[in-house]
Ligand binder design. Structure first.
Ligand SMILES: Cc1cc2nc3c(=O)[nH]c(=O)nc-3n(C[C@H](O)[C@H](O)[C@H](O)COP(=O)(O)OP(=O)(O)OC[C@H]3O[C@@H](n4cnc5c(N)ncnc54)[C@H](O)[C@@H]3O)c2cc1C
Length: 432
């Protein structure tokens, strides 16, 4: 019987599941589709309710994962085929060509400095640029560069070749092809996380048309010392410090016509971000437009109370009707009505607005679940139909943890990942 487990998704949930399963003595293959493990947590500045530095908690786990004798990382990879039944599953992994010999690349970055091609940086949520050869973020694991074949001029036009000239390690390989790896696995863990709902689809919120409207994940990057503004809170239009900031909750979520469910973490991260901005700009005034306050975790209501009392955060129960650019290109006019108040409409000017969009299953998760032959629930998250084993999918031997199954915060994702490891051990011991 194979003693191997494939974990799909290298965010905090997948990383924790790998570490716990590997510590039990099983061989784990972690499949992550981007060039580095880390997931969304790597993009966060600090985490609620303690406001600990996100990367300081995550980075040691990423390094432990890469160094663990029982864990094999398949980054820039995706699962392409699954056959068989528990506990004899066959998983085919496609390792996409990075055009880099991983055993040679030292991560020195000389190639990045010289590369002439600039493209929007997805890790920085489009707020800065990266090169066609790139390291996704400084703490990336593995610390190896990747050539983005779509934008590399050598690959697309047979012109350039600068990175190969400057690479002292001889790691550049423009001819490299994808490789396929087959694993005999006993079980599979789905930990594919989430994406942000595309708030530009709701034109009334001004994302894309008002320069000073950003998403919550963009604000995380702006607040990060390693981010596009080196941790200075500056609004996009004129790079000035905002003094009056609004957060708008439930953009696209809890809306019968869009995403009917609650994304669960937004009340708390908006509260966290409104505290953090005060630490950057002490006299900033923050307003959170919310529908209901969902502060259900341990210490969460106290966190909200602290934001209100110590950081003077103003909570307004309202869902704004429209956002428009204020004067010329800078600032935003927010039009709203208070819930339970008069029906009078108010329009208030803010220097910058942060949208908190609904969070959706990560792109491609429907196709992956079809491949795995597991069911989805009505909101397109992985269905966990058995309340006695709430981390089992609809198919034996395929388990779920983190945001892939339902919206949840980091501590719950970690707890669920450890639960998955225990469940795998139970299932595999029963068939040993
Ligand atoms: C703005 C914002 C702020 C937040 N702040 C906090 C906070 O302060 N505290 C807190 O507790 N929570 C916070 N959260 C929630 C937190 O980000 C999530 O709880 C956490 O990231 C969930 O981890 P995950 O591993 O399940 O998913 P993710 O972090 O989304 O990781 C999933 C991984 O799977 C990979 N993947 C996806 N599909 C595939 C595929 N088909 N094949 C291979 N790999 C795939 C992705 O590339 C990614 O690396 C915040 C969320 C947002 C949006």
């Amino acid at each position: 019987m194979p003693k191997k487990v494939v974990v799909i998704g290298g965010g905090i949930a997948g990383i924790q599941a790998c570490l716990d399963i590997a510590d039990m003595g099983y061989e784990v293959h972690l499949v992550e589709r981007t060039p580095s493990i880390g997931g969304r947590m790597a993009q966060l500045d600090k985490t609620f309710p303690t406001n600990d530095c996100s990367m300081c908690i995550l980075s040691p786990k990423m390094i432990m994962c890469a160094g663990h004798e029982n864990i094999k990382l398949h980054t820039y990879s995706e699962v392409e085929g699954v056959s068989g039944e528990f506990p004899r599953l066959k998983v085919r992994i496609r390792e996409k060509a990075r055009h880099i010999a991983l055993n040679r690349c030292t991560g020195c970055g000389d190639c990045i400095t010289k590369c002439p091609v600039k493209v929007p940086n997805e890790f920085e949520e489009g707020l800065s640029i990266r090169k066609a050869i790139y390291l996704p973020f400084p703490q990336a694991v593995p610390r190896k560069v990747t050539i983005d074949a779509e934008h590399c001029r050598m690959i697309t036009e047979k012109k350039c070749g600068v990175c190969k000239k400057v690479c002292q390690a001889g790691a550049i390989d423009y001819e490299q092809k994808d490789s396929l790896i087959d694993i005999d696995a006993a079980a599979i863990v789905v930990a594919t996380g989430f994406d942000l709902f595309d708030a530009s689809a709701l034109r009334q919120y001004g994302l894309g048309s008002c320069k000073d409207v950003v998403t919550s994940l963009q604000l995380e990057r702006i607040l990060s010392a390693a981010g596009p503004t080196s941790g200075h809170l500056l609004r996009p239009s004129d790079k000035k410090e905002p003094r009056k900031l609004a957060f708008i909750q439930c953009v696209g979520s809890r809306d019968a016509k869009m995403l009917p469910y609650c994304s669960s973490v937004c009340c708390m991260y908006a509260t966290k971000e409104s505290i953090l901005v005060r630490e950057h700009v002490p006299d900033i005034e923050s307003t959170i437009f919310y529908m209901d306050m969902r502060a259900t975790g341990k210490g969460f209501q106290e966190f909200v109370n602290r934001a209100e009392k110590q950081y003077s955060v103003r909570y307004l129960r309202s869902r704004p009707a429209s956002l428009q650019a204020a004067h010329g290109e800078s600032g935003v006019l927010v039009t709203y009505e208070l819930v339970g108040g008069t029906t009078e409409q108010r329009t208030e000017e803010f220097d910058m607005v942060v949208l908190c969009p609904g969070l959706v299953p990560s792109s491609g998760s429907e196709a992956l679940c079809a491949l795995l032959r597991i069911e989805l629930d009505k909101d397109r998250f992985v269905k966990m139909p058995n309340w006695k084993h709430p981390i089992d999918s609809s198919r034996k031997g395929i388990l779920v943890c983190g945001f892939a199954g339902e919206p949840m915060d980091i501590p719950d994702s970690v707890a669920q990942a450890s639960g998955v490891a225990a469940r795998i051990s139970e299932l595999l011991q029963a068939v040993a």
